[in-house]
Design a protein around this ligand. Structure first.
Ligand SMILES: [Zn+2]
Length: 355
């Protein structure tokens, strides 16, 4: 079995939501549940050995637009969030991540040697990620405290605007060039992440924001859970020009399993076959090479193909890739080694910057 280190999941959002209803997040993750996509037993069964686990503040007002008869849709951006209660919610999700670590239900990793050790031990290797930094004010003070809690990766913005950047809407078909780029505070956030050794994730940012980060950051360019715009022209996917820049920086793109980001017609449909995922992997590999492609499932955050179902079905994708001609060396890169190389670089373990 090829163990997978995955670029994006929303399991903390699910555990936090259920905890608000009285559930025990530790028991839910450690012992397993029938809801959502990831818990320790299902992750083990599917060889999902670890991943970037997002702290994400939900947008209560977000209503996905219905596609018209051509399948086209434009969901307006969710409203910007206030710093409070965003900071409270982020603290609560970070606390769940820390409690899972203390309970031994997962390992909260702060280095790639942490990740490799917990993968060897069969303990889920979690890395704390922040998807949209509404909990961090423009003064960046909270970045320091979240770093101390274990934060090692962040996307400045989700698909809504904030003090750091503008996000892309959920829309099909649409270019990712939908708004402004980084603000002054956003540039400062990027520089501070470079200094601290926090990975910067370009999923959800506008194309202008993408280029702003590209010209500012000394890290490889990373989109943790995005696909090829040439195949599925949703605003969230990456144009070939963006893929070329990621290749030049020796960065990485994690394949998003969200069916709306995989299908030609942009529809969200659990009946979508795994072959659509292979087409995106092939395109990403043709454009960037095998060293720049990885996985970013969006487990617990998206409608994924029912042929995979949840984390326990993750190896069905790997087997399909094997059937399509990817050998063990390529699969090791796709499944985990590319992510580990990127994290080692962003975290300053191997000397920064590439190319
Ligand atoms: Zn996302």
């Amino acid at each position: 079995m090829q163990l997978v280190f995955d670029g994006h999941n929303d399991v903390l959002l699910r555990l936090w939501t259920h905890a608000r209803d009285g559930a025990d997040p530790i028991a839910e993750f450690r012992d397993g549940t029938s809801s959502g996509h990831i818990d320790a037993p299902r992750a083990r069964a599917g060889g999902l050995a670890g991943g970037l686990c997002a702290i994400y503040i939900p947008s209560g007002d977000l209503v996905f637009a219905e596609p018209d008869r051509n399948g086209h849709y434009v969901t307006p951006l969710a409203a910007p969030l206030e710093r409070w209660p965003s900071l409270d919610i982020a603290n609560e999700m970070a606390a769940i991540a820390l409690r899972l670590d203390r309970a031994g239900a997962w390992k909260l990793c702060r280095s790639t040697s942490d990740i490799r050790q917990s993968m060897e031990k069969g303990i889920f290797a979690a890395v704390m990620h922040m998807e949209g930094c509404e909990a961090i004010g423009a003064d960046l003070a909270a970045l320091e405290t979240f770093y101390a809690m274990g934060l090692r990766s962040l996307g400045p913005v989700w698909s809504r605007n904030n003090v750091f950047a503008h996000g892309v809407p959920f829309a099909f078909p649409m270019s990712p060039d939908t708004g402004l780029g980084l603000t002054e505070a956003g540039f400062e956030l990027v520089r501070e992440c470079n200094r601290l050794g926090v990975l910067i994730d370009l999923a959800h940012i506008t194309e202008r924001g993408f280029w702003d980060v590209a010209k500012t950051s000394d890290q490889p360019l990373v989109a943790s859970h995005s696909n090829a715009h040439a195949l599925t022209p949703v605003a969230r996917n990456l144009t070939d020009k963006q893929l070329d820049a990621i290749r030049e920086s020796r960065g990485v793109v994690g394949l998003n399993y969200a069916t709306a980001m995989l299908r030609d017609d942009g529809r969200s449909d659990a009946g979508t076959p795994i072959e659509t995922m292979l087409r995106h992997v092939d395109h990403l590999v043709e454009r960037m090479g095998i060293d720049c492609v990885a996985l970013g499932s969006d487990f617990d955050g998206a409608t994924i193909p029912e042929d995979i179902g949840d984390a326990s079905g993750n190896q069905r994708l790997i087997e399909a890739l094997r059937g399509a001609g990817y050998g063990d060396a390529d699969l090791a890169k796709l499944c985990r080694e590319n992510w580990l190389r990127i994290l080692a670089s962003a975290w300053g373990e191997t000397g920064k910057a590439a190319a």
